[in-house]
Design a protein around this ligand. Structure first.
Ligand SMILES: [Zn+2]
Length: 347
């Protein structure tokens, strides 16, 4: 999204009040467990679960729409390594990644956060048990998502060409039953996005990785970034196409009571004001020593390093026509592309 002078001024105002910006500038102390030039991870001082970590870009953005493609890749490319470190530090079997976009989804900070929640069977956390409600999306809604998602993803691949991408790919056998029992919204070589049989809300989507890997921590940087890019576009698709007020993005991976098969999947849950869903935890003081836990996780994060893709120039030469990447020097944002795609459909 292009940052207008008004938005920039607004962001500057937000930054002055932002606790996380103050921790990043070291004006305030935080329980930092990882830090590089662009990102930082700290323990949540009101943890939902032991080892609850929040991860963010150092630059202050209130939502992912403002984040550049490069920064997005950097941040979400690091999720596997960071998940591994938090899980190993806490000796847990599972991991949730929780994102709230918008107040109705429980976004409580203007500094956009990703929550990492280490999980295990019997941990007593049932906020993400998704078999309670069944709310079906009507046919028009299905049609909107089936039209918009592929257009958004096509525009995305236009801006970020990938040498592995040619089309829909094939469905691996472990996803056959999901494929056959659900309504498919989008797929490519790496991901499958469907409306699940049991929906928590109208427009609930599930994105599965086509890699048979059960654990987020074993995905490559590129696969993780692509999974979250897809989740982010799915979120925009329900936000704009279904007029949701907000969305939650919740990744499940490995064993926990609410993920009996332990599979890796990302849920996109459209949210409306007063929709009665209760996914958030109540803030409470930690029952454990934060410094002790921080040092356990820190012991595992020191080796994490973002590997910038080196093949990018070659890919541009092969896949991108020059006029697509440079239109009079103006940089088109992903958000603009999405808006344009949707406006085109409405015409
Ligand atoms: Zn901030």
């Amino acid at each position: 999204m292009q940052l207008t002078p008004e938005i920039k001024a607004q962001l500057e105002e937000q930054k002055k009040q932002c606790v996380f910006c103050k921790i990043i500038s070291k004006e305030l102390n935080g329980k930092i467990v990882f830090e590089d030039d662009k990102t930082i991870a700290l323990l949540d001082i009101y943890p939902a679960l032991k080892g609850h970590t929040v991860f963010m870009l150092k630059e202050h953005y209130p939502m992912p729409a403002y984040v550049s493609g490069e920064e997005f890749k950097h941040k979400f490319g690091l999720i596997p390594a960071l998940s591994k470190a938090v899980k190993e530090g806490m000796v847990m079997t599972g991991m949730n990644v929780f994102i709230a976009i918008g107040g109705a989804a429980g976004q409580q900070s203007y500094h956009f956060l990703v929550h990492l929640l280490p999980r295990e069977n019997g941990d007593g956390f049932f906020n993400f048990l998704f078999d309670k409600n069944k709310k079906k999306l009507d046919e028009d809604g299905v049609k909107i998502l089936q039209q918009n998602m592929p257009i958004m993803m096509k525009n995305h691949f236009g801006r970020h060409p990938a040498n592995w991408h040619a089309g829909e790919g094939t469905v691996p056998s472990f996803l056959t039953s999901i494929y056959e029992s659900s309504t498919v919204i989008y797929e490519d070589e790496k991901v499958l996005c469907v409306i699940p049989e049991k929906s928590l809300a109208k427009g609930h989507l599930v994105i599965s990785s086509k890699d048979e890997e059960k654990f987020i921590e074993n995905l490559s940087q590129e696969d993780s970034a692509h999974l979250f890019f897809t989740a982010s576009f799915a979120s925009t698709a329900v936000f704009e196409g279904l007029k949701a007020h907000a969305t939650n993005i919740i990744l499940k991976s490995g064993d926990s009571d609410d993920n009996p098969d332990g599979r890796l999947a990302v849920h996109i849950i459209p949210r409306w004001q007063d929709d009665g869903l209760d996914l958030l935890w109540k803030p409470k003081q930690s029952s454990y020593n934060l410094d002790e836990v921080a040092s356990k996780i820190k012991d595992k994060t020191w080796k994490i390093k973002y590997q910038k893709e080196v093949k990018e120039i070659k890919k541009e030469n092969i896949f991108v026509k020059p006029e697509v990447i440079r239109i009079g020097g103006k940089r088109n944002s992903v958000e603009d592309e999405i808006k344009r795609a949707i406006d085109k459909l409405r015409e």
